[in-house]
Design a protein. Structure first.
Length: 284
C-alpha cells in the first residue's frame, strides 16, 4: 500500500481536520503522521529502537499495514497499533505531513484502546506478560485491577520500563497465580512481608518469592508475629541467599521452589523460638 505524499504549501499552516466518524463503526482513512501519537502509554508497549531500525532497514512501502488509531483526543489520534511503523517512517525521512492508511476505531478512551491493543496483538505476536497486565489494568479488567490495587498498597508497582528498579515487580504471572490460588489477603500479606523485610529489592519479588510467601501467609495468616519474624529473616538471608537456600531445599524435597521456600520460611520462623511455634498445615 503506497503512502500519500503531502505537497507542502507554506501558506496553509492549519492542521487537517479529523474526519467525523460514527461511534458505531470504524472507518478507514488516510491521516497525516503529525495527527498520530501515543496518548495513553499504558495502552501500548514501549517503543523499541532496535525494532524501529530493523523495520526501517527492511522497509517495503507496498506492504505497509494499516495503522489502528482511536478517535482524536485534543486533535491527536492515539496509536492503538502501529507505533513502530510510524517511527520507522520518520526514521526513513518521511515528513510529519505525509499521510498513512489508518483505521479509526469508534472510541477515544484508554479502556477501549487498551483492550483493542491486546486483541490486535494476540492475533500476531502476543504481548509480553507485563504488556498484557498493564493493558488489562488500563482496560479495567476486574481481576487485574484488584491485583494492581494490592500491589500499590504494598508499595510496589508493575512498570515495564523500570526493569530491575527497586519496588518494581516483573513476575506478573506469579502475581496473578498467587491471587487466584491463595486469595487477596494472602497476596497482600506476602507483599507487605516482603517489602518490610527487604524494602522492595528486585530479587525479592521473583516468581519463587511471590508464590512461596503467598503459601506461607495463607497457611499461617493468624500466627505470624512480624516483630519476631522480619528481623530474623533480615539477619539470616539476603534475597540472593534465600534463593540459594530454597533451591537446595527444592532439590532435597523434590518439590517446587514455591513449596521449598515455604519450608525455609517455616524453618526460619521456628528456629530458636521458645514460645509458640507455627502449627503446620497442608502444603498446596
Amino acid at each position: 500500500m503506497a503512502l500519500h505524499q503531502h505537497e507542502h504549501h507554506p501558506e496553509k499552516s492549519e492542521k487537517p481536520k479529523a474526519p467525523k466518524l460514527s461511534r458505531q463503526a470504524h472507518q478507514d482513512v488516510w491521516l497525516p503522521i503529525e495527527a498520530l501519537g501515543i496518548v495513553y502509554p499504558k495502552a501500548q508497549r514501549p517503543l523499541k529502537p532496535r525494532k524501529v531500525k530493523e523495520l526501517a532497514d527492511n522497509f517495503d512501502e507496498g506492504k505497509l499495514d494499516i495503522i489502528h488509531v482511536s478517535l482524536p483526543i485534543k486533535g491527536i489520534h492515539h496509536i492503538i497499533d502501529g507505533q513502530t511503523r510510524i517511527a520507522a517512517l520518520l526514521m526513513l525521512g518521511f515528513k510529519p505531513s505525509d499521510k498513512v492508511p489508518c483505521r479509526i476505531h469508534p472510541f477515544d478512551d484508554e479502556e477501549n484502546c487498551a483492550t483493542t491493543f491486546v486483541e490486535l496483538n494476540s492475533k500476531r505476536r502476543a504481548p509480553t506478560a507485563i504488556e498484557e497486565y498493564i493493558s488489562r489494568v488500563a482496560g479495567k479488567n476486574p481481576e487485574h485491577i484488584a491485583v494492581d490495587k494490592i500491589v500499590r498498597r504494598a508499595g510496589f508497582v508493575v512498570d515495564q520500563s523500570a526493569s530491575m528498579a527497586q519496588g518494581n515487580i516483573r513476575a506478573v504471572a506469579a502475581l496473578l497465580q498467587g491471587y487466584r490460588r491463595f486469595g487477596a489477603d494472602a497476596l497482600e500479606d506476602a507483599l507487605d512481608l516482603i517489602w518490610e523485610t527487604w524494602d522492595g529489592h528486585p530479587d525479592s519479588v521473583t516468581a519463587m518469592f511471590l508464590l512461596g510467601f503467598c503459601m506461607f501467609c495463607r497457611e499461617y495468616e493468624n500466627q505470624i508475629d512480624r516483630k519476631h519474624f522480619v528481623p530474623r529473616l533480615q539477619k539470616r538471608f539476603t534475597p540472593g541467599q534465600l534463593t540459594a537456600r530454597t533451591r537446595e531445599m527444592a532439590k532435597a524435597l523434590n518439590a517446587s521452589t514455591g513449596i521449598a521456600l515455604k519450608r525455609v520460611l517455616e524453618e526460619t520462623y521456628d528456629r530458636g523460638l521458645r514460645g509458640k511455634k507455627l502449627k503446620n498445615g497442608k502444603d498446596d
